[in-house]
Structures are given as structure tokens and as C-alpha cells.
Design a protein around this ligand. Structure first.
Ligand SMILES: Cc1ncc(COP(=O)(O)O)c(C=O)c1O
Length: 413
């Protein structure tokens, strides 16, 4: 690979040899802006409309029979999608369940995996945990009759540092923790954690290890089964492009399938073939599917299908990761060239410690800078002073990264 260069020609050359260039044409790319916001909401796959219309047509033509017949029978639709999802997160298909939204799934899995005792009831999280996770965890702690103060502990960055060191995370884990719940990639700083090392260290101390992969799925390489992670939850509307409020998913390691499962149940957690026998006791489905509770939102499954169909075409995920490292690396190179007077990139620069996103901490007039920027580029702002920028390998180009840096330079001036 050539060294990065600050020139339009260089960016165009990179686009010419990009093996993923054709994927951009599979999306409706927003008009008149550069879209670098896949960390918040991915863009629309062109087939999303057709997939949704297929469901509407089946409903129009055969009504309730759509659950069992038609071009895709709705009852099996989520199970038809788990294989694609399993490949992306490094899981076995039976370890994946597509259901609900992220925070709901977190609660459902905490029912099974946060079972505090007087000796072991604490939960370890990272500094800047996504607020919804923190609310969920605090309410679970209270639900079990414990005091949030002293039960929920954070690993913090060292003074003067913006992100966490793996050794500090590992050192913080001890036998008092029932659960360690971390992000795969932190929403604010863009730091990707060493999930394998955290899982191993946590298991050595007898803790359950869960991850919120909202910012990791469809972004960084994941091997949840191999890493022995106990459970994970994630939404699919960010890097996977399943659409606003799209249906989420979860992972449960197969080690947990045969245990006393201790979970909240509903009829969709039962085997599909016996669901309609209407028996008083559930006949649980095998695997993560058993955590399902209620009827699937079929229209949301349709837009998830459109998104996953695109990922299925990408047989070699390493091409995605190579481009991701280059795109984000180029972005970092160009921003750094603008000089550090007005901002600071707080995301780690090691490629295995970040995904698509760079978090830029603004040092002065941050909100003003952001408000001017978003007239031409879709990026987002997180309080108190962070601009998040995330070029996506499936639909962004090196030329856009270059143009973004030119716009940023103009705006700073
Ligand atoms: C890291 C993280 N966790 C949890 C959530 C909450 O997801 P939901 O609203 O789908 O429950 C989000 C939403 O953006 C998120 O970024």
C-alpha cells in the first residue's frame, strides 16, 4: 500500500482499486451531503422497499395465512436470518436470536445472567457506558434488592487519558463481581475493547461476561463463540443498515443451553412446531431462540433481510476490515494534518483498538463548528464536546474522506 497523501488524486486512486466499490450502488445514498453517520443510523438498502412491499402484498392477498405460506413464511423468517447474522458475529446460528430492541434484550438476558448473591452482586462497567445500559443495570440491581451505590463500578481512564487500558480493566475484575458488562466499541470514544482478554480474565474470577455490541456489529471482527463470551446484545440499525428502530438480536453461548435457564418466557420461545398446540407449559426451542418472548414485527424483519442480503454477498469479511482500516486511517491522517489547536482525536490510533469511528473532542467553539459542518456532512454530536465521524466501508469513499477534511479545514478557518 502507498503512503497516505493529502490530495484528491490519491483519494480517487484509492477508490479505483477499492474491491468494495460496487456495494455503494446497493444503497440509497443521501442526497447533497457526505454521510458519515453509520455509527448512529445506517443508510437504506435499495431492496428494503421491495422486501417490505413483499410482506404487504402477502398480507393483502392471503392475510393471516402469510404466517405459514407465501414467498417467505413469516413464522420462520427470523430463523432464516440467523445464519447471516451468526457469520458476522462469529457465532453458531443456534447461538443467535433476532428479537425486540437492544435494551429490552439486555433486560431479558440480565434475568438469566445477573443472578446476584450476598457474596457476589457487583457489576463492572466501563466509564462512559451508554446511558440506557446504565439505567437497565441500575434498575436490575434495585430489582434484586441491592443498593446501586457500591454495586455498580466503573473502570475509568487514567488521569490525562481518554480511553481505557486493557490491563486496568483486567486488574479491576475480582471475585466480588457477578457480571462484567462492557461495550465492544464504546459509543463515545470509539475505543474497541479486547473482548477476548476481558472474557478470559472475567471467567478466571468466576464472573459472567456480557457485551453490548451496538457499535461493534458490522464494524469490527467478532468471534463471540471462540472467545467464550457468555452473552451479547446488539442493535442492527447502525453499521448493519437494518433501518430506524430495526429489530435487534442477541447472542447466548451454547454452554448455557443445557443449564437451568432461569428466564422470562413467552410463546415465541417455544418450538415453532408446537406453538399452536396451545399447551399450558412451554416446549422450549433449542438455543438462543428460547429467549424470544412474543410475536415478531415482520415488517422490521423484512428490512433486516434487505440489509443482511447485502452482507451475504460479501463472502470475504476481511476485505471489509481492510477497507475500514484504510478509510479511518486516511481520515485520521488528514485530520491530524490540520493541526491540533482546535480539537483532539480521542479514539485510539491502533487499528485493533477502534472501528470505523473517530471521536473528535473539540477544544473551543465545538457546537458552532459542528452546526456549520452538518450543513454539508452528516456526522453527530455527543455531549459535552465530541463530534463522531464514521465512514462506512460499504458505502463511503476515500474521495469523501478527502472532501470531509477540506470542509473541516474551511469550517475551522
Ligand atoms: C451502545 C448502545 N447501547 C444501547 C443502545 C440503546 O438501543 P435501543 O434503543 O435499541 O434499546 C444504543 C443506542 O444507540 C447504543 O448506542
Amino acid at each position: 500500500m502507498k503512503e497516505f497523501e493529502r490530495s484528491l488524486e490519491f483519494a480517487k486512486e484509492m477508490d479505483l482499486v477499492d474491491p468494495l466499490a460496487k456495494y455503494r450502488t446497493m444503497f440509497h445514498y443521501p442526497k447533497s451531503v457526505i454521510y458519515f453517520c453509520g455509527n448512529s443510523l445506517g443508510i437504506q438498502p435499495k431492496t428494503a422497499r421491495t422486501e417490505i412491499e413483499t410482506i404487504l402484498k402477502t398480507w393483502e392477498e392471503i392475510g393471516v395465512e402469510g404466517w405459514f405460506h407465501g414467498s417467505s413464511n413469516w413464522l420462520d423468517m427470523s430463523n432464516d436470518l440467523v445464519k447471516s447474522m451468526a457469520r458476522i458475529i462469529g457465532a453458531k446460528p443456534e447461538e443467535v436470536s433476532i428479537m425486540n430492541s437492544l435494551t429490552v434484550n439486555l433486560h431479558l438476558l440480565l434475568v438469566s445472567f445477573y443472578r446476584p448473591t450476598p457474596e457476589r452482586y457487583r457489576i463492572l462497567i466501563e466509564e462512559h457506558t451508554f446511558p440506557s445500559d446504565e439505567y437497565a443495570l441500575k434498575s436490575q440491581i434495585r430489582f434484586h434488592g441491592y443498593d446501586v451505590n457500591g454495586s455498580l463500578l466503573e473502570v475509568k481512564a487514567k488521569a490525562g487519558e481518554a480511553t481505557l487500558r486493557t490491563e486496568d480493566i483486567i486488574e479491576a475484575i475480582d471475585e466480588s463481581f457477578a457480571l462484567v458488562l462492557f461495550s465492544g466499541v464504546n459509543y463515545l470514544t470509539g475505543q474497541a475493547f479486547d473482548m477476548e482478554a476481558i472474557t478470559k480474565a472475567g471467567h478466571e474470577k468466576g464472573c459472567i461476561i456480557g457485551f453490548d455490541l451496538a457499535h461493534a456489529v458490522g464494524n469490527i471482527p467478532l468471534e463471540l463463540h471462540k472467545w467464550n463470551v457468555d452473552f451479547a446484545v446488539f442493535c442492527n440499525y447502525k453499521y448493519l443498515n437494518a433501518g430506524p428502530g430495526g429489530i435487534s438480536a442477541c447472542f447466548v453461548h451454547e454452554r448455557h443451553f443445557e443449564k437451568d435457564l432461569h428466564r422470562f418466557e413467552g410463546w415465541w420461545g417455544g418450538k415453532r412446531e408446537s406453538m399452536f398446540l396451545m399447551e399450558p407449559d412451554i416446549n422450549p426451542a433449542y438455543g438462543a431462540e428460547g429467549w424470544q418472548v412474543s410475536t415478531h414485527p415482520v415488517l422490521l424483519l423484512a428490512s433486516l433481510k434487505a440489509a443482511l442480503d447485502i452482507w451475504d454477498q460479501l463472502k470475504d469479511l476481511s476485505l471489509f476490515h481492510q477497507k475500514r482500516e484504510l478509510l479511518t486511517g486516511y481520515l485520521e491522517y488528514l485530520i491530524k494534518e490540520l493541526g491540533p489547536e482546535n480539537y483532539q482525536i480521542i479514539t485510539p490510533s491502533k487499528t485493533n483498538e477502534r472501528g470505523c469511528q473517530l471521536s473528535i473532542r473539540t477544544l473551543k467553539n465545538g457546537k458552532k463548528l459542528f452546526n456549520t459542518l452538518i450543513e454539508r456532512v452528516t456526522v453527530d454530536w455527543r455531549e459535552p464536546n465530541i463530534i463522531r465521524v464514521a465512514p462506512h466501508p460499504l458505502y463511503n469513499t476515500f474521495e469523501e474522506v478527502y472532501s470531509f477534511s477540506e470542509i473541516l479545514a474551511e469550517v475551522i478557518k
